[in-house]
Ligand binder design. Structure first.
Ligand SMILES: CC(C)(COP(=O)(O)OP(=O)(O)OC[C@H]1O[C@@H](n2cnc3c(N)ncnc32)[C@H](O)[C@@H]1OP(=O)(O)O)[C@@H](O)C(=O)NCCC(=O)NCCS
Length: 162
């Protein structure tokens, strides 16, 4: 697999802008050492850099969702032999506004642009919000996650790119 494209969604641009009646949002490809990234993750999860460690050994792309210059959401897509959507977080103050759905849209688009033939994500069977944020896509629930992959009952979901 070659290097992931540095310019997404197009040459010279790493940003996408989304607008709804109640918000304006930028989703931007962010660097591993982006200022504020680690502190934002720590504030949200209470686990310093935990989200970044498993990702870092694979080729990956982090995306941040920003409103009024502040990061309010974060997600990752990585390639570990297969393409995986991972680590999706939205700040509690901004949940239910469709932000996770947009972060998922962007990651799927990025994976497709980089040649993905199938895309996977693993999710707790109880995480309705996360499952719903993927529902616009043709994901199929394909196999149970092993206990070492997920602490609570979870499944892997797969989408074929046609
Ligand atoms: C999961 C998470 C990322 C969802 O973020 P979000 O921005 O609120 O999600 P969206 O607004 O895009 O919502 C997606 C769908 O779920 C629905 N939804 C959101 N929260 C919900 C809830 N608590 N219960 C039921 N449905 C919910 C929304 O209405 C939306 O459905 P719609 O498209 O039909 O309107 C967010 O709740 C979060 O950060 N949770 C903690 C971390 C986590 O669980 N990450 C996922 C790991 S797999």
């Amino acid at each position: 697999m070659g290097n992931l494209s540095e310019e997404y969604p197009r040459k010279g641009s790493r940003s996408l802008f989304f607008k709804k009646s109640e918000w304006n949002m930028e989703i931007r490809r962010i660097n591993d050492n982006e200022k504020g990234l680690k502190s934002w993750i720590k504030e949200l999860t209470g686990k310093p850099a935990d989200l970044l460690v498993p990702t870092a050994k694979f080729q990956h792309a982090y995306f941040g969702a920003f409103m009024d210059g502040k990061m309010i959401g974060f997600s990752v897509v990585l390639t570990s032999g297969k393409w995986i959507l991972d680590a999706l977080f939205v700040h509690p103050d901004h949940r239910g506004k469709g932000i996770a759905g947009k972060l998922t849209e962007v990651r799927i688009d990025f994976a497709k642009q980089n040649g993905a033939r199938e895309i996977w994500y693993c999710c707790s069977d109880r995480n309705t919000a996360s499952l719903l944020s993927h529902k616009g896509y043709k994901f199929a629930k394909v196999k149970k996650a092993a206990p070492e992959e997920a602490p609570e009952p979870s499944h892997w979901h797969k989408m074929d790119i046609t």
